[in-house]
Design a protein around this ligand. Structure first.
Ligand code: FAD
Length: 415
């Protein structure tokens, strides 16, 4: 990995970035009580789209050309960190809609596809989803069994995806299917009204109760040829590039979770007295607090470093697109792109692996500080505990990320 760009990291926020983050903070406070009510009732929070739409958060890193705010990846990560404080459930909506939703189109779709699909998602008229995982292909997407074949002006998809965040109501999603003749995977843009598309809500989840996950059935689903994303056979490269953004959003959200655990735990430890003194005076409680505070810092700066690397990759890609055919340049083998992508990929994997492990551990410590008061879903720390459990599994289970990080160091596939 190259460290030549460390000197280019600058985390100073401009007045515009600060103003935007203050607006995000305001909306988070505005919807806080309703998010809790919806979580306990296990239903979608109907305030999210109008409240966040009003401040542009539904298209934060989407280019202004398509109606977004065009903000950089660090600002987006900071917004996601703040949203993560309100819970991973709320944050997961944005990860699915923007990180592995809109950004996939922004990176890979043709100009015509972007003009058609991105503006409605920024306005909140359409929500996005990313459908990669299958019952028999989780950590190993290359083993997927969903297939496509060409029929006239259309592709016909057969197969099933599951666990798809926002999948019950997303108006547009990307999915990935294999050509049985070549074994190569291609990516497709799927619209809600596609003939042969059916979705079912997945029930009885452990946490993440305001976000809806779906099983998605492609029963000879008809997809017009204009909805091919990228070039034929580029599907896995597109899916893996989406996961860089997905992991970054999980890492940023996990930092927010830990911050909320710290704030909640410190307040509780100062106000709750046992054995004649506040819990905050007990050294074993202080140990929990010190560990959480330290985990926040290590996760936060690793995440910001990963966001800076992702921003450089984005800027490079946009520059290539201005001067020619981006997909063609990849076909010819673009070493500068490969180096920038490898760095962003490795750092996002490290940030997600580290921050998600830390956030589950911190939420566990916070529940311990709260004692029985932390063992009801009405306690924020209890919800963080339940929700952060998923973050070590999705967007690449942490063991698989460890293998990926190790293979970057050792120079060979560790799988
Ligand atoms: C709440 C939630 C939301 C999700 N949202 C989405 C979504 O929006 N879109 C989407 O496409 N998918 C989504 N997923 C699916 C998620 O990405 C997968 O669950 C994840 O990739 C792991 O796959 P799996 O569950 O099939 O586990 P498996 O692949 O069966 O793995 C099980 C365990 O084995 C370990 N393991 C696997 N291979 C190896 C190996 N080679 N060496 C060592 N250990 C290994 C894994 O680390 C894991 O601990 C979601 C999942 C959850 C739980």
């Amino acid at each position: 990995m190259s460290y030549s760009n460390i000197s280019r990291m600058d985390f100073t926020l401009s007045p515009d970035q600060k103003t935007f983050l203050e607006k995000v903070d305001g909306v988070c406070r505005e919807i806080r009580d309703h998010e809790e009510e919806c979580y306990l009732a296990e239903k979608l929070n109907d305030m999210v789209i109008p409240a966040f739409g009003k401040i542009g958060m539904l298209g934060c890193p989407v280019s202004k050309k398509y109606g977004g705010l065009g903000l950089d990846m660090l600002t987006y990560a900071l917004a996601i960190e703040r949203i993560g404080q309100e819970g991973s459930s709320l944050r997961t909506f944005f990860s699915a809609h923007t990180s592995i939703g809109q950004l996939v189109l922004q990176g890979w779709a043709s100009e015509e596809q972007k003009k058609q699909h991105l503006p409605p998602t920024v306005k909140g008229d359409n929500v996005m989803a990313f459908a990669l995982t299958e019952p028999a292909a989780g950590s190993d997407p290359a083993s997927m069994v969903t297939t496509f074949e060409e029929q006239g002006d259309s592709f016909v998809l057969k197969g099933k995806k599951h666990w798809i965040g926002n999948g019950t109501f997303a108006g547009v999603m990307t999915t990935y299917a294999k050509d049985p003749a070549t074994g190569k995977v291609s990516a497709f843009i799927i619209e809600r009204d596609s003939p042969g598309l059916r979705t079912e809500e997945m029930k009885n989840k452990v946490g993440l109760l305001t976000v809806k996950n779906a099983e998605i059935y492609f029963d000879n689903c008809i997809v017009p040829k204009k909805n091919l994303l990228g070039k034929k056979g580029q599907g896995l490269s597109i899916a893996y590039s989406a996961l860089i953004d997905g992991r970054l959003s999980v890492a940023a959200g996990a930092v927010g979770v830990m911050q909320d655990c710290l704030d909640e735990s410190a307040a509780h430890a100062k106000s709750r007295e046992q054995h004649g003194a506040p819990l905050a005076k007990k050294q074993l409680v202080q140990e929990h607090v010190a560990r959480i505070a330290t985990d926040i810092q290590s996760s936060r700066w690793l995440t910001y470093r990963a966001a800076a690397a992702r921003q450089r990759l984005h800027e490079y890609v946009e520059q290539v697109k201005e001067h020619g055919d981006w997909l063609e340049s990849l076909g010819r083998g673009n070493s500068e792109y490969s180096a920038l992508r490898s760095e962003a990929d490795a750092l996002a994997a490290m940030a997600k692996f580290h921050a998600s492990n830390c956030s589950f551990e911190c939420a566990n410590r916070s529940v311990q500080i709260f004692g029985s008061a932390g063992y009801r879903k009405t306690a924020r720390v209890a919800r963080h505990f339940l929700d952060s459990r998923a973050t070590t599994i999705y967007e690449g289970a942490n063991e698989v990320l460890e293998l990926k990080i190790a293979s970057g160091v050792l120079g060979h596939s560790a799988y």
